[in-house]
Design a protein around this ligand. Structure first.
Ligand code: UGY
Ligand code: MN
Length: 247
């Protein structure tokens, strides 16, 4: 069925809303039995890369271009680093520092969100070590005192990490308390539920499976709609001076 050129997707210098009907798959160098849907990259204005990797059983990722963060959406991944293998299931995540040799393979048909970012060094601070965890073990915190809007920080707020990845869960009807305008960029994957996202001067219906990039200073606001909670995975650059440069 032709959509007659219609889509909810929007691309502007300030933001991208990328809906699954517009996803294009291609293998990145070193991938086998896997393909990437590249959501955010320098080519569209982002200073990091985020993609969804889709694996056949036995599929593998190629080498990372910088630090790598992996969040398993479906299936199971084995991440092997320094002779130890971590078996990650949905909600499981890993942070691999820049230049940390490792392998990522799927033990079954799987999907994962993958974020890669060049590290921005900070004088006197060692880069944070590799991390492995599961969102189910992370305590949530209410955002600005709102018990219906909880934030689950997957990476410790430590100067050795120059980015943050949080899971945010909005109960039906919950909303950000204000329009945010900030220097940090965001990569956002809607995991469950949906609502309305304000991005610059557009208000868009969004639902599970959508990806959003918000450039620095993009006005942003979200309100959850429907009878089930809305949940998203959100990246931001963090813990660095705005003039600091990545290496
Ligand atoms: O962390 C954040 O800036 C977050 N509150 N932004 C967002 O949900 N769009
Ligand atoms: Mn924000």
């Amino acid at each position: 069925m032709h959509r007659l050129g219609q889509t909810r997707s929007i691309y502007r210098p300030t933001h991208l809303l990328q809906t699954p009907d517009t996803f294009v798959r291609a293998a990145l160098p070193g991938m086998s039995g896997a393909a990437a849907i590249v959501h955010a990259a320098p080519a569209m204005g982002a200073s990091f890369t985020e993609y969804t990797a889709e694996f056949e059983p036995g599929g593998v990722l190629g080498p990372a271009s910088g630090q790598r963060f992996i969040y398993v959406l479906e299936g199971a991944l084995d991440v092997c680093r320094a002779g130890k293998t971590q078996h990650l299931q949905p909600g499981g995540f890993a942070h691999l520092p820049q230049n940390a040799s490792h392998s990522v393979s799927a033990s079954e048909k799987s999907r994962a969100a993958v974020i890669e970012k060049r590290y921005t060094p900070l004088a006197g601070v060692e880069p944070g070590p590799a991390l492995f965890g599961s969102e189910s073990n992370i305590p949530g915190q209410p955002l600005m005192g709102d018990e219906d809007l909880r934030v689950y920080p997957l990476i410790p707020d430590d100067a050795g990490y120059d980015y943050a990845v949080n899971v945010m869960i909005f109960q039906p009807g919950a909303a950000l308390a204000r329009v945010e305008i900030h220097v940090m960029e965001h990569g956002l994957l809607m995991l469950q539920g949906g609502g309305v996202y304000r991005l610059a001067e557009t208000w868009s219906p969004v639902t599970a499976g959508d990806f959003i990039w918000m450039g620095a200073y993009c006005p942003q606001w979200f309100g959850a709609l429907g009878k089930t909670p809305a949940k998203y995975l959100i990246y931001k650059d963090w813990n660095r001076h705005p003039l600091a440069a990545a290496h």
